[in-house]
Ligand binder design. Structure first.
Ligand SMILES: [Zn+2]
Length: 492
């Protein structure tokens, strides 16, 4: 009898369980990163956006978080894409630059020699997300759905497809212009899916004809590939939410080559407006209006061209690492007997040659002080942060906190140069734009949510890039990525 009652109770329990409402979730999450898109492009290109274009649809129907900032240094592509999808900064996720020192060797952010290319025999295929140390939004979506969710990344740039898609992704596809084709690596699969082979075949002529990195066709091709992924991987076709991470690289290449105020860049953003609208229509048809949650953002902004700024009497300067390194090395050699005191530089990050300092029996702290004093006497450098004592000196928290959030000791040098506003490391005095600093130009990014459960509106309160993953995770009722330090953004 007792047994029967228990069984009956169990049945009631089952019935109750089956009567539970489904967790409300979108069918598809679409993340779109526009490489080097400044926040103000949403408005400086106002006259160019079509009434039926993609940007107008986003601004008129979506929710714009108008004061979203990158809270770490340096503001580079690999770091930005990682932060958007991990909700955390290089200090946690380990992606400290486009190239970085891993186990003593300088490699690209996604370089992995344990894998081989699929669809290519060039070294563009030696790539995976293994250098990233934490989970992503896509990883958490997989974990939260018993691995039923599908996660795919698409971009021309390897790092912009791989890092957003995360560790557990079903696939990440990037462009190898040497083939030319979209490729992947054995990290994900041993053979290209048939839909990718077909896409490459169908688009071979365009790929051969145009330099996709620097041409409008690069934008179109990336969105076409994303649309093909929706079909090929059946994304957003059932109740389990999937994730598609798309990144547009051509905007960054043309920005670097021609700058923020060039006709060449205007043309690329004009194409973006057209292709975004087309892509929205694909999503409406394949996934359904209101069934997808989309966000558009950038991995970093970009500064105006050096000549353009100086012609208009605005502060702008260039800073060459190699010249400064030479001066510092000579001075330290003369004073302390240390040869080659700087082992290497990665943009604003300088590596000490600790072996040489020890071999010379020099006082390491005194050597560092000498280097810092010298660099800070350069009119172009505001501060040099010593990562071993970052808070010991009178350097504003806005700057030190950002540098510290970008510091992962095993992959970074001990010193970090903070140039004055408008000063950039490298070849900034040519035709193009650049980025990498904490300036508004580089850190103020667009962030517009659109679609599933997103009201129309705008907020001006400050948000961080780390809030993006936190917001999407909260909306989906999944755990945020493991090292996420952001906060969900409320839609008012
Ligand atoms: Zn970038």
């Amino acid at each position: 009898m007792k047994k029967l009652i228990l069984m009956a109770l169990a049945l009631v329990g089952l019935a109750a369980a089956s009567a539970q409402p489904q967790i409300e979730r979108p069918r598809l999450v679409v993340g779109i990163v526009i490489d080097q898109m400044r926040w103000d492009y949403l408005y400086t290109y106002n006259e160019m956006w079509r009434n039926d274009g993609g940007i107008r649809r986003l601004l008129d129907g979506g929710y714009s978080c108008g004061n979203t900032m990158i809270d770490y240094l340096p503001t580079f592509t690999a770091c930005g894409h990682s932060c958007v999808y991990t909700g955390t900064t290089p200090a946690f996720n380990g992606i400290v630059g486009n190239t970085m020192v891993v186990h003593g060797k300088a490699i690209t952010s996604v370089n992995d020699t344990t894998v081989t290319g699929v669809g290519t025999t060039t070294d563009k295929g030696l790539a995976s997300p293994r250098n990233m140390l934490v989970t992503t939004l896509g990883d958490q979506l997989k974990l939260g759905t018993n691995m039923k969710a599908k996660v795919v990344g698409v971009s021309l740039k390897d790092r912009a497809a791989i890092l957003p898609a995360g560790h557990g992704a079903d696939g990440a596809f990037w462009y190898d212009d040497k083939v030319p084709a979209f490729i992947t690596s054995t990290y994900y699969m041993d053979k290209l899916p048939r839909w990718v082979e077909k896409f490459n075949k169908d688009n071979k002529a365009t790929m051969k004809k145009y330099d996709l990195w620097n041409n409008r066709n690069g934008v179109t091709m990336t969105f076409d590939m994303a649309a093909a992924a929706i079909d090929g991987e059946q994304l957003g076709q059932d109740e389990v939410p999937d994730l598609l991470a798309v990144s547009i690289s051509t905007t960054d290449y043309v920005g670097h080559a021609w700058s923020t105020r060039s006709l060449q860049l205007d043309s690329i953003y004009d194409q973006l407006d057209i292709d975004l609208a087309r892509f929205f229509n694909v999503l409406d048809q394949k996934v359904g209006k209101g069934n997808y949650l989309l966000f558009l953002t950038a991995d970093h902004g970009g500064t105006h061209n050096y000549k353009y700024m100086t012609e208009h009497r605005m502060p702008s300067e260039t800073f060459g690492n190699s010249g400064a390194k030479k001066l510092v090395s000579e001075a330290v050699k003369n004073k302390f007997g240390v040869t080659e005191v700087i082992k290497g530089t990665m943009s604003y990050n300088w590596f000490l040659n600790n072996e040489a300092i020890a071999a010379a029996g020099a006082d390491r702290e005194a050597v560092k002080k000498e280097i810092i004093d010298m660099l800070e006497h350069d009119d172009r450098i505001a501060w040099v942060i010593d990562f071993e004592h970052p808070y010991d000196r009178a350097i504003p928290r806005e700057v030190v906190d950002r540098a510290v959030k970008g510091y992962y000791p095993a992959r970074c040098g001990e010193l970090y140069l903070i140039p004055n506003i408008g000063v950039y490391s490298g070849s900034h005095d040519g035709k193009g734009s650049t980025h990498g600093t904490w300036n508004q130009s580089d850190t103020h990014i667009p962030l517009v949510f659109y679609g599933w459960h997103v009201p129309h509106g705008e907020r001006v309160e400050r948000n961080g890039m780390t809030d993006i993953a936190a917001t999407v995770a909260a909306m989906l009722h999944i755990q945020a990525p493991d090292a996420c330090i952001g906060q969900p953004i409320p839609f008012k």
